[in-house]
Design a protein around this ligand. Structure first.
Ligand SMILES: [Zn+2]
Length: 74
C-alpha cells in the first residue's frame, strides 16, 4: 500500500496539497485523472510513500502545516 501527495501548486490558498492512497480515484498510482491538463501544469505528485506516517512527516516539513488527507485514507 503506497501513499502519494498531490501538490496542486496552482491553488491560490496553498491548500492544494492532499495525501492520497495509491488506489484512490483521484490518484491512479500517482498519474492523476485523465484530463486535458498536462502533467505538472496544475500540480505534481510526490511519492510513493510506503507508510502513511512518512507522507505525513514529509507533508509537515514541506508545507509547514498539518497534513490534509483525502477521504480515501480513512
Ligand atoms: Zn484520495
Amino acid at each position: 500500500m503506497n501513499y502519494f501527495i498531490y501538490d496542486n501548486w496552482q491553488a491560490k490558498d496553498r491548500k492544494g496539497a492532499i495525501i492520497h492512497k495509491w488506489n484512490c480515484g483521484h490518484c491512479h498510482m500517482g498519474y492523476g485523472k485523465l484530463g486535458s491538463a498536462k502533467k505538472g501544469e496544475n500540480g505534481v505528485w510526490i511519492g510513493p510513500f510506503d507508510e502513511i506516517q512518512f507522507a505525513r512527516n514529509y507533508f509537515q516539513m514541506k508545507f509547514n502545516s498539518s497534513p490534509i488527507e483525502c477521504s480515501c485514507i480513512k
